[in-house]
Ligand binder design. Sequence first.
Ligand SMILES: Nc1ncnc2c1ncn2[C@@H]1O[C@H](COP(=O)(O)OP(=O)(O)OP(=O)(O)O)[C@@H](O)[C@H]1O
Ligand SMILES: [Mg+2]
Length: 281
Amino acid sequence: MTTATGGRADGQAGGMQPRPATLLPASPPPRPPALESRAYSFWYGPTQALHEVSFTIPRHAITALIGPSGCGKTTFLRSINRMHDLTPNARHQGDILLDGGSIFARGTDVVALRRRIGMVFQRPNPFPKSVHDNVAYGPRLNALAHPRELPDRVERALRQAVLWDEVKDRLREPGTSLSGGQQQRLCIARALANEPELLLMDEPCSALDPIATQRIEELLVELKKIYTIVIVTHNMQQAARVADYTGFFYLGHLVEFGTTQQVFTRPTDERTEAYITGRFG
Ligand SMILES: Nc1ncnc2c1ncn2[C@@H]1O[C@H](COP(=O)(O)OP(=O)(O)OP(=O)(O)O)[C@@H](O)[C@H]1O
Ligand SMILES: [Mg+2]
């Protein structure tokens, strides 16, 4: 057997000595986590909304962020795709790394950053466009696909969002003509059409009925094979059902972060325990 360099794989050819172990190709360095927050603090004017939040979000998993109203969950999500850039008097300290690179690095292209991060909001917010054009919007804007390939890309995103069968004959109808649950899945499809690395969802099921909620939860479990997902939820059962990891925020602090199993069955902080058992919040 010969190697790519023409020598024998056992290194014994032509009386050659075996290669010293130090010259063997090093195994590739471990990939950084999908997202890492390093002592990230955030202020709206004089009000500090986040206090030195540090944790890492693992790849191909669902991470739930929970905590009482006003504890900073949305502020944190919006930080990740730099939606605070235009908030007057807002400032931050610390860092957030996406795939090992700071999102605040000088020269960061914010449009390109947002293409890598899909965001789904609490209320479905389809554009005033057709079902097709809602999903095609991002790829078109970002020139991600040749116009000929757009229909395939739209279909793929709608299938991933488990909406295709319900809308394949309604692609030219306005997105706003769909039901609330369908509109939310349309917004998920719109986010997926850009093939983001990270999918951020801020209470995506709060306006949905139990059946639509169940469909979205099944969808998330399916999507985590491809994407890394962060979901903010007030619904403890939902976090327990779908999330692999859970972070508990309280008054702008990340009080606890761990596997969902650990956080829900053996919380290390009494505030986490009080919250998940419904004693406050
Ligand atoms: N644009 C803003 N200007 C000033 N303060 C803000 C602004 N947005 C949020 N805040 C404050 O920052 C804190 C965190 O708010 P945030 O929306 O992040 O909380 P949350 O955990 O998402 O709450 P909820 O569960 O109600 O959505 C709150 O005290 C809120 O009043
Ligand atoms: Mg919020």
